[in-house]
Design a protein around this ligand. Structure first.
Ligand SMILES: *Cc1c(COP(=O)(O)O)cnc(C)c1O
Length: 483
């Protein structure tokens, strides 16, 4: 992918005045007659757009893990709007929209070196939060069914509901065991009726992002408790991975023994599987090995795949189980009029394997960007992002004014993926470090907390990254923020 510096806006954020001005121009009520399309266009371009931040357009927006939009993805997204397909029912004689979705998901599996045949439940969601929700819904169905089976019963939560199902399975509770999980895991736990409190940290004291395997086993072994193990791949504050290969294999053994489900949240970790097999990436490869032992996987295409919002990825190994959970029942008008053609893969109607009925044609931007740039394009893009992140980490470590976090990363920059967590050593500066950095409007970082004190965080996730150009800006801004 060529870097087009002409599209890099000089300022990442609008000024406070520009935001206030844009906000003041929003209409308060619906106009009786409408202002007309021409005037609406002017209103959007001249009044509203100046109040937006340029997070997809700029390479120097390092907030959250925002991603960007590649030209091929942005082009396809406009087609999506134009053709306005509703990708919910597989209608092979009317449209190839579901074929495109199926193909886009298979190409994605290729990119991240998973065999699509082993991941029979593949779908696009609105984002990683929705994918985590789907993962917990599948996990819940499985672990209760498995607990029931082990006492000679059959039960389907999807039919009888959680209360009746846990009673039939002889369960007192369901726990979600994790380390440093993304906040959306707790939100999803609330939605699927397990509750936020069901999420329990099973962290090692010396490395909170990793599992304490002995404690994990003792929790999994608790009588009358079913478990979902949620692996953070990678963790959002530090970019560190919860497991390596040997942890993953051990966790799989434990989960098979105790009938637990493994869900991996790889919202942005996913793409590390596309990296070449070289020593500088060996820690990252270890970190994403857990995808091979997972029952279900969350990914985000609007993050490192750099398609426009909103597009998440979900994979699980059991499409039958998914269909039990998500089947949209008794809607004859939503059943394909003709069965699938006898040749080619079986394509599920998306409405029966995911949350939504009507759905945007999210697959087209994914398909477009994957075929436009290919495996090498994506590999190169991620390598540039990692190179920039590691250059920032190195710069921070080598100077006297900032501290790279956490300790484990200080010792070895090869732990750095696309996130760099740090703070200013001077406490007064550190208190408003994020405002100091973002106040330059040359870049944007997000703030967080680490060990009870404020910290700042670069998340590098835009296709336009150019290590040399961007390091010039980063080093200037890091120096300016100390003044
Ligand atoms: C971003 C992120 C999420 C939430 O993703 P959305 O696409 O914003 O819903 C979940 N988990 C991880 C690890 C993330 O980085």
């Amino acid at each position: 992918m060529e870097v087009n510096s002409a599209s890099v806006k000089p300022d990442v954020l609008p000024t406070a005045d520009a935001i206030a001005n844009a906000r003041s121009k929003l209409l308060m009520t619906i106009p009786d007659d409408g202002i007309g399309f021409e005037e609406a266009k002017r209103h959007l371009n001249e009044d509203i757009v100046p109040g937006l931040n340029g997070n997809s357009l700029t390479a120097n927006y390092y907030g959250f893990v925002t991603g960007g939009a590649t030209p091929a993805a942005a082009f396809a997204d406009n087609l999506v709007t134009h053709w306005d397909q509703n990708v919910q029912v597989h209608l092979p004689e009317e449209t190839i929209a579901t074929d495109v979705e199926d193909r886009a998901l298979r190409l994605l599996c290729d990119l991240i070196k998973l065999d699509p045949e082993q991941w029979s439940h593949r779908t696009f969601t609105t984002g990683a939060t929705a994918s985590n929700l789907v993962g917990l819904a599948c996990g819940r169905e499985y672990v209760i069914q498995e607990a029931a089976r082990r006492r000679g019963q059959t039960v389907a939560t999807s039919e009888v509901g959680l209360l009746e199902a846990v009673r039939a399975a002889g369960l007192d509770s369901i726990q979600i065991l994790t380390t440093v999980a993304h906040s959306s895991l707790r939100k999803s736990a609330s939605i699927v009726g397990l509750g936020r409190n069901s999420v329990q940290k099973v962290s090692r004291e010396d490395a909170p992002h990793k599992f304490d395997l002995a404690r994990l086993e003792s929790l999994l072994a608790t009588p009358c408790v079913a478990s979902i193990v949620a692996i953070s791949c990678a963790e959002v504050n530090t970019g560190l991975f919860a497991t390596d290969r040997s942890d993953g294999i051990k966790i799989r053994e434990l989960c098979d023994k105790y009938g637990a489900w493994i869900h991996v949240d790889a919202a942005f970790g996913l793409l590390a599987r596309a990296l070449p097999d070289t020593s500088e990436y060996s820690l990252l490869h270890e970190g994403v090995h857990c995808l091979e032992i997972a029952d279900s996987i969350t990914g985000d295409a609007h993050k490192l795949i750099n398609v426009p919002y909103d597009c998440g990825i979900f994979l699980s190994r059991d499409v039958q189980l998914a269909t039990r959970v998500f089947q949209n029942p008794s809607a004859a008008y939503l059943t394909p009029a003709s069965p699938s053609p006898s040749t080619g893969p079986v394509i599920q109607s998306p409405l029966n394997i995911g949350i939504e009925n009507s759905r945007r044609f999210r697959a087209l931007p994914v398909y477009s960007t994957l075929v436009a740039y290919g495996a090498k394009g994506y590999q190169g893009m991620l390598e540039r992002q990692i190179a920039l992140s590691r250059a920032i980490a190195k710069h921070i470590s080598e100077g006297n004014d900032y501290e790279l976090l956490p300790q484990i990363v200080q010792a070895n920059w090869n732990h750095v993926y696309i996130i760099v967590l740090f703070r200013a050593k001077d406490e007064t500066i550190n208190k408003n470090l994020v405002q100091r950095l973002n106040g330059t409007r040359k870049l944007y970082v997000s703030g967080t907390q680490w060990d009870g004190a404020p910290a700042a965080r670069f998340a590098v996730s835009n296709w336009q990254v150019d290590v040399e150009r961007d390091m010039t800006i980063v080093t200037l801004v890091l120096a300016d923020a100390l003044q």
